[in-house]
Ligand binder design. Structure first.
Ligand SMILES: Cc1ncc(COP(=O)(O)O)c(C=O)c1O
Length: 392
C-alpha cells in the first residue's frame, strides 16, 4: 500500500488491484480445496485450502494492510474470528470484558469458555479505575468493544492498552462498528483487532464473515496455528464478496455517518424519545475521547422509547428500514437488542446494562436522511406519550 495515498485510495489501489497472470481487475476465485505438489520433500506455498488459499489470502492481506497489522485471518463468521482468538487463552486464565459486549460474545464467554476453566469479569470499560481494580494476576486478555453494542459507550483505547501492558495482558478489540476507515486500534497498541465482516466491511447484507488482524509476528504465528487447527475458515466466494464490499467502504460509511448524525439530532429533540446514544452528539459522555481516537462517529445509534409497547407501535409504523438482526449495510436496519442481538443475555443482566425493553438500535444505510427522518417522525406520532414525559 502506498504511504502517500489516503485510506480511501488505498482501498482500491493495492497489491490486488490487477491479477498478475491475466490482468483481471477483480481477484480470481480459487475454488480448489487441494493443490498438486511437485515434490514430496518440499511442498509449494499452498497445499490445502483450510491452511491457505489465494482468494482468502487476498482478503487477509488486504485487511492486514488496512488495519496496519502484520497478518490478517479470515473466518467463517465474526463469532468464529472472536472464538478462535479466545483460543489463545488457557485453562485458569482470566479475561476482562466490556459489560455491554455483543450478545454472541457474551454467550461464548459465559457458556463455552467457562466450561474450559477460563474465568471472566464484565466491567464498565469507560471507567479505567474499575478496569484496573478487576485485573488479577491471571488476567491475560482485556476485551474491548468501542463503541460498544448497543449503547455506544466509548472506551479510552490508549488507557486500556497502558493498563494491559503494565499488567502483562493482551488487548483484543472488536472494531466492527468503526472499521479501519474510522479507527485503527493496532496503531494505539491493541494486540488483536476483530471484525464481524458481515457488517460494514462487506456492507450489503449478503455474506457472513469474520476477520482478525494482529500486529505482532509471534502472535500472528500462534493465531495462524489456531485458525488452521480450529478450521473455521472463510469460503472463497464469501472472501470475494468481502473484497468487493471493501472497495466502497469509505464512501458508504462517510455517507451513512453523515445521515446518522442528522437522525441522532432529530431523535434527541423529539419529545417521545427518552434518550439517544450516538458518540457524535456533543453531550455523549464519550464524545471527546472518541474524537481523539477515531476519525468519525460511524453509522450506528441507539435510542430509547418509553417501553416495549412504544417500541411495538414504532416498529409497526416505520416503513424504510428493514427490521432485522445485523447492521452495517446499504439499507438501514432497525433492530431490537432485547429480543435480537442481546437475546442471549438474561433479562436481569440486560437491564442492569441499560439494554431495556424500550431500546432500539438503528444502523443507518444509504437512503436520504430526510426520508428516514420523515418516516421516523410519522411512526413516532403513533407512539403514546408517557404521562410523566409530557412536560419534557
Ligand atoms: C460488534 C459485533 N461483533 C461480533 C459480531 C458477530 O459477528 P457474526 O454475526 O458475523 O458472527 C456481531 C454481530 O452482530 C457484532 O455486532
Amino acid at each position: 500500500m502506498e504511504k502517500s495515498f489516503s485510506f480511501q485510495t488505498n482501498l482500491l489501489h493495492n497489491k490486488w488491484k490487477i491479477d498478475e497472470q491475466t490482468g483481471a481487475v477483480s481477484v480470481p476465485i480459487q475454488h480448489a480445496s487441494t493443490f498438486h505438489q511437485a515434490d514430496f520433500d518440499e511442498f509449494g506455498k499452498y497445499d490445502y485450502s483450510r491452511s491457505g488459499n489465494p482468494t482468502r489470502e487476498a482478503l487477509e492481506e488486504t485487511i492486514a494492510e488496512l488495519e496496519g497489522g502484520v497478518r490478517g485471518f479470515a473466518f467463517s463468521s465474526g463469532m468464529a474470528a472472536i472464538s478462535t482468538a479466545f483460543l489463545l487463552l488457557s485453562k485458569g486464565d482470566h479475561v476482562l470484558v466490556t459489560e455491554d459486549v455483543y450478545g454472541g460474545t457474551y454467550r461464548m464467554i459465559t457458556e463455552v469458555l467457562s466450561r474450559f476453566g477460563i474465568e471472566y469479569t464484565f466491567v464498565d470499560m469507560t471507567d479505567l479505575h474499575e478496569v484496573a481494580s478487576h485485573i488479577r494476576p491471571n488476567t491475560k486478555v482485556i476485551y474491548v468493544e468501542t463503541p460498544s453494542n448497543p449503547l455506544l459507550k466509548i472506551t479510552d483505547i490508549h488507557g486500556i492498552v497502558k493498563l494491559a501492558k503494565a499488567n502483562g495482558c493482551l488487548t483484543f478489540l472488536d472494531n466492527t462498528f468503526m472499521t479501519p476507515t474510522l479507527q485503527r486500534p493496532l496503531d494505539l497498541g491493541v494486540d488483536v483487532v476483530l471484525h464481524s465482516a458481515t457488517k460494514f466491511l462487506s456492507g450489503h447484507s449478503d455474506v457472513v464473515a469474520g476477520l482478525a488482524v494482529v500486529k505482532d509476528k509471534e502472535l500472528a504465528d500462534q493465531l495462524y496455528k489456531l485458525q488452521n487447527a480450529f478450521g473455521a475458515v472463510l469460503g472463497v466466494q464469501d472472501a470475494w464478496l468481502v473484497l468487493r464490499g471493501l472497495k466502497t467502504l469509505h464512501v458508504r460509511l462517510e455517507q451513512s455517518a453523515q445521515s446518522a448524525l442528522k437522525i441522532a439530532q432529530f431523535l434527541a429533540n423529539h419529545p417521545k424519545v427518552e434518550e439517544v446514544y450516538y458518540p457524535g452528539l456533543s453531550d455523549h459522555p464519550g464524545h471527546s475521547i472518541h474524537r481523539y481516537q477515531a476519525s468519525g462517529f460511524g453509522a450506528v445509534l441507539s435510542f430509547r422509547l418509553a417501553d416495549e409497547e412504544a417500541v411495538r407501535t414504532f416498529v409497526q409504523h416505520v416503513k424504510i428500514p428493514v427490521f432485522a438482526v445485523s447492521l452495517g449495510a446499504v439499507e438501514s436496519i432497525l433492530s431490537y437488542p432485547a429480543k435480537m442481538s442481546h437475546a442471549a443475555m438474561p433479562k436481569e443482566e440486560r437491564e442492569k446494562r441499560g439494554i431495556t425493553d424500550g431500546l432500539l438500535r438503528l444502523s443507518v444505510g444509504l437512503e436520504a436522511a430526510d426520508d428516514l427522518i420523515a418516516d421516523f417522525d410519522k411512526a413516532l406520532s403513533y407512539v403514546k406519550t408517557r404521562p410523566e414525559a409530557v412536560s419534557r
